[in-house]
Design a protein around this ligand. Structure first.
Ligand SMILES: Cc1cc2nc3c(=O)[nH]c(=O)nc-3n(C[C@H](O)[C@H](O)[C@H](O)COP(=O)(O)OP(=O)(O)OC[C@H]3O[C@@H](n4cnc5c(N)ncnc54)[C@H](O)[C@@H]3O)c2cc1C
Length: 606
């Protein structure tokens, strides 16, 4: 909602800043004409930014007295594009005062976007929507945690506001899960053509890759999905504000938009501010040669050689994609194996596949120094594969840090630990009715000794489920908590990796008697038909009770197959029940049934 008062009761509608990089915007469409009544919160125009076209809402109700910027015209952020006559002021008089003015410059009347110093212009709104607060729930952040919380709250008839400082959909839709999968699928397609076309009887003269086209497809999908969230917000009656949220204390949030700051109040506040890439000490991100995954998925040109530090899911996925399209890749990992949290057998197989494709895999290797050179970067490595590596750029994918800078307002007392919002296992922060969900969390498991040493998993589906759970609980629904020992995780390399629960090493450390079944895709008719014999399904059961303790899969379709085992775990299915569930033939999923059969000594196809 973007207006500000200029004189009398008239309120100028100004060009909002809808993203960090936006400096100007185009009025694509006016939804109102001069003389129309406008309600506060009603969409009045569509604005095109450097990233997307977004609807813009009126902050004040009244009559649209004058349109200063016509459809198709571009103006700077902060410039007035129209004026609403509010209160007793006559629209005609307002129009007369503005006649011949056109769009006014933002200068004197536009407050600075985010006051970094000096006194913030906090304005206390006074119209509570319900009870004594303006909103039932304010959600800070519009990623998979924030938007899911807001939509579920809307479905439960809560008066909810979602504040997002950049783009709805957060990292996941815009810069994470989705755009990377678009690139990886293109990469797999190209690799299949390059390496396997002959065996499928396909021939071609020249295979060319249009890197910019790949990137544009991926960006287009991200943009489309982000727009989809706006639609879902409208459907569930979620109000949104593009700006920065700050917790001022229980029930109070400061919202800073391009137009200035104001205070909003709610019975509950849900913090869902997510995370960003962690830099390597001594190698600050410069966005060009020392880059995060954001830049790696949106480069202007394909690098000839890319170094990647960190072989977790993000590092391995980018190694897979860039290798597939012909970039020379060096993948550096300090731990013993790629994907260090996965079962060792899975990591070792992926390592072999990567090495066969001539990715320069350097495990047990530490990056001591990163230097920017005129041609790119120079890395000094120590450990198993020590040496000097030169590349066009280095992607640093060593983990994420919570987005908590400036989140706790002065004197709010909100507890932040090592850059993350501290919550208890019920997602409560130290402030009354202030909750945290998603990537920004640090969970204090102190009361649950069995969780000792456990880290909050920074995954979109975890963020989503935590958010829905919190909203349902605060609206009075009794809901079972999340079992953090059975969180599914996927890596979308080719072959894919999918897992849940204990690795074999950890399962053995429990001293339980185990039954382990492993079934290779080389024995699966469906996998052979697809030309994808690489990989296996490995299931770990408690021998005494049949409890499914661990799932470790690597192969073509395993990320889709994992959900079956998540459900099996939730419903406490034993290996016997998995074997007896009829799996359709021919499918990759038969390998699950067969792996359970191997554990029980009665697999048919092995
Ligand atoms: C390259 C990459 C690939 C990934 N792939 C996968 C995958 O395949 N599967 C998977 O499960 N996970 C994946 N992830 C992780 C996943 O993206 C995150 O776990 C998920 O996005 C977390 O959701 P969130 O809502 O907690 O945070 P985010 O998605 O980070 O959203 C937080 C939002 O809050 C906004 N915000 C921050 N501070 C403020 C503030 N003060 N005021 C207002 N708004 C604010 C941000 O702009 C952002 O939009 C990937 C991540 C990356 C980087």
């Amino acid at each position: 909602m973007f207006t500000k008062e200029k004189f009398g009761m008239a309120a100028e509608i100004t060009m909002p800043q809808l993203s960090d990089t936006m400096t100007e915007g185009t009025v694509v469409k006016w939804h109102k004409k001069e003389g129309d009544k406008v309600k506060s919160g009603e969409e009045i125009a569509d604005i095109e930014t450097d990233k997307a076209t977004m609807p813009m809402e009126a902050f004040d109700g009244g009559t649209l007295a004058v349109i200063l910027v016509k459809e198709g015209e571009k103006v700077k952020v902060g410039q007035a594009i129209g004026v609403i006559a509010t209160g007793a002021e006559k629209p005609d008089e307002v129009k007369q005062k503005y006649s011949g003015k056109g769009a006014s410059a933002p200068a004197a009347t536009a407050p600075a976007p985010a006051p970094a110093t000096g006194k913030p212009a906090v304005k206390t709104e006074s119209a509570p929507a319900k009870g004594k607060y303006q909103y039932d729930i304010i959600v800070i952040g519009g990623g998979p945690a924030g938007y899911a919380a807001a939509i579920r709250a809307g479905q439960l008839k809560q008066n909810v506001l979602c504040i997002e400082k950049e783009t709805l959909g957060g990292t996941c839709l815009n810069w994470g899960c989705i755009p990377t999968k678009a690139l990886l699928d293109d990469g797999a397609f190209i690799r299949k053509l390059r390496l396997h076309s002959a065996e499928h009887g396909v021939g071609y003269k020249d295979l060319t890759v249009d890197f910019n086209r790949l990137v544009a497809r991926s960006r287009g999908i991200a943009e489309k999905l982000s727009k989809g969230i706006e639609h879902l917000f409208r459907k569930s009656d979620v109000k949104k504000e593009f700006g920065v949220g700050q917790v001022l204390g229980p029930h109070r949030v400061k919202v800073t938009t391009a137009q200035g700051s104001k205070e909003a109040t709610a019975n509950h506040i849900i913090i869902a501010t997510g995370s960003r890439a962690t830099p390597l000490p001594g190698a600050a991100f410069d966005g060009k040669k020392i880059i995060t995954s954001r830049e790696a998925m949106n480069l202007a040109a394909q690098p000839k050689k890319l170094a990647i530090i960190g072989a977790g899911a993000i590092g391995c996925e980018f190694a897979d994609f860039y290798n597939a399209i012909g970039t020379e890749v060096v993948l550096i990992e300090m731990m013993d194996h790629l994907l260090p949290i996965e079962d060792e057998e899975v990591s070792i197989l992926l390592e072999r596949v990567f090495a066969k494709r001539e990715i320069d895999v350097r495990v047990k290797t530490k990056t001591d120094k990163v230097e920017v050179t005129p041609g790119g970067v120079k890395l000094t490595l120590s450990g198993a594969k020590a040496g000097v590596v030169e590349a066009d750029a280095v992607l640093v994918a060593i983990g994420v840090t919570g987005n908590t800078d400036g989140l706790a307002g002065p004197g709010s007392g909100l507890e932040i630990v090592k850059g993350r919002v501290r919550v208890n296992p019920k997602y409560q922060t130290n402030l009354e009715n202030v909750w945290g969900v998603g990537d920004c969390l640090s969970v204090n498991w102190a009361d649950q000794p069995e969780m000792e040493g456990y880290r909050h998993p920074d995954l979109a589906h975890v963020a989503h489920h935590e958010a829905v759970l919190v909203v349902e609980r605060i609206t009075g629904h009794q809901k079972e908590g999340i079992d953090y020992k059975a969180i599914p995780g996927c890596t979308y390399t080719h072959p894919q990796v999918a897992s849940m629960g204990l690795t074999e090493k950890k399962a053995r450390a429990t001293n339980r008697k185990l039954k382990i079944g492993k079934f290779p895709f080389s024995a699966s008719g469906r996998a052979l038909a697809a030309g994808e014999p690489e990989g296996f399904v490995k299931l770990i059961f408690d021998a005494e009770y049949g409890e499914l303790l661990g799932v470790h899969m690597i192969g073509e379709a395993v990320t889709e197959m994992l959900a079956e085992l998540v459900l099996a775990k939730k419903l406490e299915a034993t290996e016997e029940e998995i074997i007896e569930a009829i799996h359709p033939h021919p499918t990759f999923s038969e390998a699950v049934m067969e792996a359970a059969g191997v554990a029980d000594g009665r697999a048919i196809h092995l």
